[in-house]
Design a protein around this ligand. Structure first.
Ligand code: C2E
Ligand code: MG
Ligand code: MG
Length: 730
């Protein structure tokens, strides 16, 4: 269940982490995609515009050249011009038609005509003769002339860019010839017309406007970061460049929205961070609640010690450690002696406070590496690990007892409590946790069985004993099922007259192999095995039937405290009395003090019930435990039976007589008659008689005898049988 809850929590944690991670990844991927797209859009837009500007500029250069070529073609491939330049008046004609025009003609500002020997006939610039010879003024001038002579009329007129003393010029040349080409004419003999136009800022501005190329410049070398189109010379070399800056419309658009994008990016990062933080907090909360649930599941809420589940887990871990390190794990099971009485006497609040105080003492007594647990009620466990504080380990059971030995002060009350300890050892972690627990439990059981307040180490022989017990238990069950428990009767003697006034019924079990098992063995066995009700009723029925033959005698029958827990007990006694037609007033039920301590309310109910049907109740074995004279009155006992240990003590202890006397005097003061058990000597008989006991029982008068012997005794002597008469049958 706990494991399920924990793994559920762990699954939820993983799920939260996964969802948060997926969300963050998806959001980051989307953000990356958007950023990538924007970057791509920006560069694409920039490059498209650059491409357009490149094409426009190339187109502009082409247009300039074509315009110049067309002008040259119109002027040079012209019949009149051919005739005029070959006439003697050529100079005037040239000046009038071409040279003077160069002053303000938009298509050229320089007009030159060279003859067949390449000697300039006329060379005008801006309407006046040139001061410098053309081939000195223009780079590659002669190459251009040669090119013009080479081309046929159908070919493209050579127009190029060239550097001149004034700057960069658009220069073109064409051989002057009749419009209808005449193959008979030798091109070498042609005059050549040259037009040139300086690329001025005005020209640049016009190109820039016409072709929408902002920032167009003329440079000899393309400047860094600017776009450029080369202006080719006659020999195809780069003479100069048209350059202009990239408009970068994408970048500009991006720059416009950059602020917004950064804000959006910031918001996204904040959003993702908050998802991360929220996920983190959720996971932390889950982890905390998992820790809390785990702590709750493995700890006892009252003391904060480990609980049974926590102990099992820690013992398993300790065993692993011992296995690896070659050490041993010692498990101590501790049971508080008399805790129930504390609980019953002062209530659960005091009981709880005592449990907490015990837990504190245990904790304080722990050596290094050891741990303690509360298994429920007044049961605790301590685990020590040899090798960590090994010097404390051998006597640790004793130490635990010492730790709990001193008085507990709780709510102004001084409470004394002891403990029984059962110890089991797992060398090298070889003993499985469940088995280790069983062994410690067996040892504890043994410690309690042997009278409490002691530490018992588990021994393998305990298991043999347990087997024996199991065997004995099944034999007892078989005997009970066939009604094989017999009853002996021990006479009760009137202290004054010495007459037999009654008998106490005592259960007897002789196994099929003939071995007699004492009641001190089979009664507790029947109690443990849940057979005591059956046994008790068999003894009662047998006794009632037998005692019906002795009308003058009272009958004492022992009842186990466990029988009083049976809610039908009183009813069953009543039924048995009726069945045997037995006068209830002749019956005395003997109960031991254990029941008063372990369950006073139940005891009171049962005692009251018995008394209501006329049955008397005696407190048996008084003085063997803790029962007080006060409880005699509180529970309304009709008789007290002084335990034989008090009587036996008369032989060895000088004060025993005084103790016995005081005890009997107190009972008598409460008008409760007292029977002395275990009288074996005349001296004991005298002392108990003088102490005030009105009834005596013991081997001095008779051992327990069978029903026939009691009948014989009654018939022979009548109900007033003397002490001597009974003593004869010892
Ligand atoms: P008890 O009720 O105190 O019985 C008296 C015990 O003292 C008997 O032992 C008896 O044999 C023994 N006894 C009597 N006189 C002397 C004596 O002079 N010296 C010595 N040393 N012992 C003496 P027994 O029969 O062995 O019974 C032991 C206990 O077992 C009983 O103590 C009683 O508590 C329990 N018991 C016996 N029969 C039954 C029964 O039918 N039901 C229950 N619940 N308990 C029974
Ligand atoms: Mg008895
Ligand atoms: Mg007794």
């Amino acid at each position: 269940m706990l494991r399920n809850t924990l793994s559920e929590t762990r699954r939820t944690q993983l799920l939260v982490l996964l969802v948060a991670a997926v969300f963050i990844l998806v959001a980051a991927a989307l953000a990356g995609l958007v950023a990538g797209s924007i970057a791509a859009l920006t560069t694409t837009a920039d490059s498209i515009d650059d491409q357009r500007a490149l094409q426009a500029t190339s187109g502009a250069v082409q247009a300039l050249r074509k315009q110049m070529a067309a002008t040259l073609r119109d002027n040079a491939y012209w019949d009149d011009a051919y005739a005029e330049v070959n006439a003697d008046t050529r100079v005037d004609w040239i000046i009038e038609n071409w040279a003077s025009t160069s002053a303000d003609y938009p298509l050229y500002d320089t007009a030159i005509v060279v003859d067949s020997r390449n000697v300039p006939v006329v060379a005008y610039r801006k309407g006046v003769p040139m001061e410098v010879p053309p081939n000195a003024f223009f780079d590659d001038f002669q190459a251009l002339i040669d090119a013009a002579r080479r081309v046929r009329m159908s070919d493209e007129v050579p127009v190029h860019f060239a550097l001149s003393s004034a700057g960069t010029e658009l220069v073109g040349a064409a051989a002057i010839q009749p419009f209808e080409s005449d193959e008979a004419l030798d091109p070498k003999g042609f005059y050549v017309l040259v037009f040139a136009k300086l690329i001025t800022p005005a020209v640049l501005a016009e190109v820039s406007d016409s072709f929408a190329i902002a920032g167009l410049c003329l440079d000899l070398k393309p400047a860094e970061g600017r776009l450029a189109v080369a202006l080719k010379g006659v020999s195809s070399k780069d003479v100069a460049f048209f350059t202009w800056p990239s408009m970068a419309p994408g970048t500009k658009s991006y720059e416009k929205v950059d602020g917004d994008l950064q804000t959006a990016g910031g918001i996204l990062i904040l959003f993702l961070c908050s998802i991360g933080v929220a996920g983190g907090i959720t996971v932390r909360n889950l982890r905390n609640s998992e820790h809390a649930a785990r702590h709750r599941a493995l700890h006892d809420p009252l003391t904060g010690l480990l609980n049974r589940a926590g102990l099992l887990e820690n013992v398993a871990a300790a065993s692993d450690w011992a296995r690896q390190s070659g050490k041993q794990v010692k498990l101590h099971f501790i049971d508080l002696d008399g805790f129930k009485a504390v609980n019953d006497a002062w209530g659960h609040a005091v009981g709880d406070a005592l449990i907490v105080a015990v837990a504190h003492r245990l904790r304080d007594a722990l050596p290094k590496g050891a741990f303690a647990a509360r298994l429920g009620g007044d049961e605790f466990a301590v685990v020590t690990l040899e090798g960590l504080g090994a010097e404390l380990v051998p006597s640790f059971g004793g130490r635990l007892q010492e730790a709990l030995a001193s008085l507990f002060e709780i709510d102004g009350r001084s409470i004394e409590i002891g403990c029984s300890v059962g110890v089991a050892v797992s060398g090298y972690g070889a003993v499985h946790t469940g088995e280790l627990m069983r062994r410690a439990d067996t040892a504890l059981y043994r410690a309690k069985d042997l009278g409490r307040g002691i530490t018992i180490d588990f021994d393998d022989s305990f298991d043999d004993d347990a087997l024996e017990q199991a065997e004995l238990e099944s034999q007892l069950r078989a005997t009970l099922l066939k009604g094989g428990i017999s009853v002996m009767f021990q006479p009760l003697i009137d202290a004054r007259s010495g007459a037999v006034t009654g008998v106490e019924a005592l259960a007897r079990w002789r196994r099929e192999d003939g071995v007699a098992i004492p009641p001190d063995v089979f009664i507790p066995l029947a109690e443990r095995a849940g057979m005591i009700d059956l046994l008790g009723m068999q003894v009662l029925t047998t006794s009632l039937n037998a005692a019906a033959a002795w009308p003058a005698l009272s009958l004492g029958v022992n009842i186990s405290p466990l029988q009083l827990k049976n809610p039908r007990f009183v009813e069953q006694v009543k039924e048995a009395l009726e069945a045997a037609d037995f006068d209830p007033h002749r019956l005395t039920v003997e109960v031991t003090e254990g029941v008063l301590i372990s369950n006073p309310e139940q005891a009171r109910r049962a005692i009251d019930g018995l008394k209501r049907i006329g049955v008397k109740v005696a407190l048996d074995d008084f003085g063997s435990g803790y029962a007080s004279i006060g409880s005699l009155r509180r529970f309304g006992f009709d008789r007290m039976k002084v335990d034989r240990s008090l009587v036996a003590a008369l032989e060895v202890d000088q004060n025993a007589g005084a103790v016995l006397q005081a005890t009997v005097a107190l009972a008598n003061a409460l008008q409760i008659p007292v029977t002395a058990e275990g009288i074996e000597t005349e001296r004991q008989a005298t002392v108990v008689r003088l102490s005030g006991c009105d009834e005596l029982q013991g081997y001095l008068f008779s051992r327990p005898v069978n029903a026939g012997e009691v009948t014989a005794l009654c018939c022979a002597e009548g109900s007033g049988r003397t002490r001597q008469g009974v003593a004869d049958r010892k």
